[in-house]
Design a protein around this ligand. Structure first.
Ligand code: PXP
Length: 237
């Protein structure tokens, strides 16, 4: 079964809006696990506008499932993750001021840089994943970096899903097959929600994990966090 990692950045965004500790990000992470999440994802950005570097340090001893830290591999980010040693680091190419991750790596252009970063993370015993699009060349060069996994950027699927689900998912199913043939494991994320998740998971083989934040936390406003996590888990079965 594909595993659900809950991205808790939005909870930190809400907390930071008032400057206090409501909602409590650490409690939310522990509760997500208690409600069935199989992993927790955070994305500390350089300006710390949602998850802060201190949150990442505080979360480490509390998380009992899989801890996934996403981010651009700046020196500061790498020092943080090597200290924290999460199960997985997902490398994303986004600029410091990006609203959200909005593209995957150009793995051909950045092959050497990524290979160096991945080797450093592997020496620290951390599994690596590269945020990518579905192009053949991207995946071929991703495999050459030595990464363990890729995370397919699913925004193009999500935006095309309503119009033509089969057409929207096809490149993702093909990319996953290709990645598997290169020995890469496959994650996916971005803009997945209760409407489009089930079809994606049914159609894309070898899917290890999805990481979901925005829609899941928004759904929790209506359904509550526990129910919402259960609803998402049901889509993955
Ligand atoms: N994967 C990556 C690399 C991301 O940057 C994000 C957003 O922080 C997600 C997955 C989750 O996307 P969403 O919040 O749309 O579910």
């Amino acid at each position: 079964m594909t595993r659900l990692s809950v991205n808790i950045n939005k909870i930190a965004t809400l907390r930071n809006a008032r400057g206090g500790n409501i909602p409590d990000v650490l409690k939310a992470a522990v509760d997500c696990e208690r409600f069935g999440a199989q992993g927790i994802t955070v994305h500390p950005r350089p300006d710390e506008r949602h998850i802060r570097y201190q949150d990442v340090l505080d979360l480490r001893p509390l998380i009992k499932t899989e801890f996934n830290i996403e981010g651009y591999p700046s020196r500061r980010f790498l020092d943080l993750v090597i200290k924290v040693k999460p199960h997985q680091v997902t490398l994303v190419p986004d600029a410091p001021d990006a609203l959200t991750s909005n593209q995957g790596w150009n793995t051909r252009k950045h092959q050497d840089f990524l290979a160096g970063v991945i080797s450093e993370l592997k020496k620290a015993g951390i599994r690596t994943s590269l945020f990518t699009d579905t192009k053949r060349e991207t995946i071929e060069y991703a495999a050459k970096t030595g990464t363990d996994r890729i995370e397919l950027y699913t925004e193009p699927y999500a935006s095309a899903y309503r119009h033509n689900p089969d057409k929207a998912v096809k490149p993702f199913a093909e990319a996953s097959h290709l990645a598997h043939s290169f020995g890469l494991e496959v994650n996916a994320g971005h803009d997945l929600n209760l409407e489009n998740l089930k079809f994606f998971c049914r159609s894309v083989p070898y899917l290890e994990e999805v990481s979901i934040g925005h829609a899941l936390i928004s759904d929790a406003l209506y359904f509550g966090l526990e129910n919402t996590i259960q609803l998402y888990l049901r889509q993955l079965k």
